[in-house]
Design a protein around this ligand. Sequence first.
Ligand code: ZN
Length: 160
Amino acid sequence: MQIADGKVALFHYTLTNDQGDILDTSSGGDPLGYVHGTGTIIPGLEAAMTGKSTGDSFQVSIEPKDAYGQHNQALVQRVPRQLFPLDEEIKQGMQFQAKADAGGLQIVTILEVGEAEVTIDGNHPLAGVRLNFDVEITDVRDATEEETAHGHTHGPSGAH
Ligand code: ZN
């Protein structure tokens, strides 16, 4: 069976940046599962999956525009130090979740801590990064009615 809209695909992946650092991998765990055509995975990877079958392996490099977007300088902001709890140590490189203006959660990274101000970056940590995926398709099957209704997979690698 080939991956097409409405099919469930399970796959193992290793994600590296252009420097060869492993950013994420499913190796040693369950494969990742998703319903194709639902926009659950990043657009560039979903496009590359189309037409692949069980047992296929491939590599794909995905430009930021088809992944987590370009780095947006407007999301780098200086905010008063007092917005953060005083009893909590904050330092460069820390990440936390904040409410996004558009709703939902966004990851915010601390770039610099000054005495009065803290510089934060609201870009996704992988914004502006080209993503290199090493993918192995482990299963392709029809989605159940429930999975189609929910837009995600059920079972060992699923959402519930
Ligand atoms: Zn569900």
